[in-house]
Design a protein around this ligand. Structure first.
Ligand code: TYD
Ligand code: MG
Length: 446
């Protein structure tokens, strides 16, 4: 087979380059999905500015905003090169003519849900329109070597609106995520024919548009409080980059027969699994407790390596003991309570050390891969074989933890018993037609 070179162009954003696999590939077909208002138009407009600096001609076609609006935004973002052409158009035939006239290196279509082909009767955004328009734009990319970016809105369920076929057609699917209440924006490659997937780019939205975040770990730990009960730091690996984040856990008494398990940023099924493992192996009784897990900063973790930090945060909140602030965890927990090896340990250790972490709680089974580690770092490692070893962080041995968690569970059980007793008393009181003197129970809203 002949070797084909893929020339890459810098987009002006190091983060975007990395997510794309090292820059923009000529003639590639890229889909950028994300919630409305997350910053898709801003990102690609700023990218257009970056590409213009690399002497590339860009055509930005918006079916959502007028030329005036787009130009005003471009101006505000400092994109003012003559190499960036703006157009407000949604008729694909006109867009194709424009492309033939301007001959851009890169074309951005904002968004695929607004463009239409007049010969198709259905409305823009419908399955047949989206499919047909995307096919024509793919022709432009593959036939004329124009790199085409499509912006796609995401439906409530989190899928890019339009047929799944859109994702099959494109070379790369990027997803722009983030919490509207946070300034962070995370760019992820969900599919990439030209690079690794799950690579993560971190941006921050401010008045000058999107800024790259060079040290995201610092950012995610920035607001870490003083009171660290129920808080553990995890070092994840997103694509090729280690990233530190805080995991919080809270357990709270509930009289409900079905306690809640709520998890933000971490798979709730794994929370169920961890609660069961901690119950079976450490006697953590959470039957009368709601359990909340939160990954701070709107990050979504997919790695099971987060298990150890989640378990530590849960133990911390149940025993009401703080985890030492400069402790970092990673390790997967199995059903028999064993802590399993994870990948890229050295990278994770380095990232945590860079941010001043001094204790690393990591799987003992990773030990054999770490022979080359310097003695200084080795001293800071606390190896854990199973969840029992984890309890040593919360007391001199596992027994103290058991005592603490048992006390927490017992106090919840006592509350349930007390409520049962009160209910029974109220019931028998009502049946006897008696109410306490001077108190009308109806007024109390019982
Ligand atoms: P936008 O790129 O229009 O989002 P999308 O195309 O994904 O719908 O970004 C919209 C939000 O970004 C808007 O709420 C305002 C905010 N924003 C800033 O905070 N600073 C800026 O410089 C720009 C251009 C937008
Ligand atoms: Mg937009």
């Amino acid at each position: 087979m002949k070797e084909v070179s893929t020339a890459r162009t810098s987009t002006g954003f190091k983060e975007l380059n990395r997510v794309l696999g090292g820059g923009l590939v000529e003639g590639s077909f890229v889909l950028l999905g994300g919630d409305p208002g997350i910053g898709k138009s801003t990102l690609l407009l700023q990218m257009a500015g970056g590409l213009a600096k690399e002497d590339r001609t860009v055509l930005y076609v918006s079916g959502e905003e007028s030329v005036n609006q787009s130009a005003l935004r471009a101006q505000r973002l400092g994109v003012n090169s003559g190499k960036v052409h703006m157009a407000a158009e949604s008729n694909l035939e006109v867009i194709r003519e424009l492309a033939h006239e301007i001959k851009p290196d890169v074309m951005i279509v904002d968004s695929i849900q607004t463009v239409f082909l007049p010969e198709i009767a259905s409305a823009p955004g419908s399955v047949s329109q989206v499919r047909e328009c995307a096919a024509q734009l793919m022709g432009l990319a593959k036939g004329n070597g124009v790199t085409v970016f499509l912006i796609g809105h995401v439906t409530k369920e989190g899928n890019i609106a339009g047929p799944k076929v859109l994702e099959h057609m494109v070379d790369t699917v990027l997803s722009f995520e983030g919490d509207q209440s946070h300034q962070f924006r995370l760019l992820r490659a969900l599919k990439n024919r030209f690079g690794a997937t799950h690579e993560l780019g971190v941006f921050q939205m401010d008045t000058r548009g999107l800024q790259e975040v060079d040290n995201p770990s610092e950012l995610f730990l920035e607001e870490r409080g003083e009171r660290l009960i129920g808080s553990a730091v995890f070092c994840s690996v997103e694509g090729t980059r280690p990233l530190l984040c805080e995991i919080q856990a809270l357990t709270n008494f509930t009289p409900m027969p079905q306690p809640r398990r709520t998890s933000l940023g971490f798979d709730v099924n794994r929370v169920h699994l961890l609660v069961a493992v901690l119950n079976k192996h450490l006697g953590l009784r959470l039957a009368n407790a709601d359990v909340f897990i939160n990954v701070v900063g709107g990050l979504r973790l997919i790695e099971p390596a987060a298990d150890l930090a989640v378990a530590a945060a849960l133990l911390s909140t149940e025993t009401e003991r703080e985890i030492e602030a400069k402790t970092c965890f990673f390790g997967e927990i199995g059903l028999t309570g064993e802590v399993r090896a994870v990948s890229m340990v050295e990278g994770r250790l380095r990232e945590a050390q860079k941010l001043g972490f001094t204790t690393f709680v990591i799987p003992a089974s990773n030990r054999k891969h770490l022979n080359d580690l310097d003695a200084e770092t080795k001293k800071k490692i606390f190896w854990v074989k199973d969840v029992h070893d984890l309890t040593k962080l919360f007391g001199t041995d596992g027994r103290r933890v058991k005592g603490k968690t048992a006390a927490a569970a017992a106090s919840r059980e006592a509350k349930v018993a007390e409520q049962e007793r009160q209910k029974a008393a109220a019931h028998s009181g009502r049946q006897a037609g008696a109410s306490r003197p001077g108190v009308d129970t109806d007024d109390l809203g019982f």
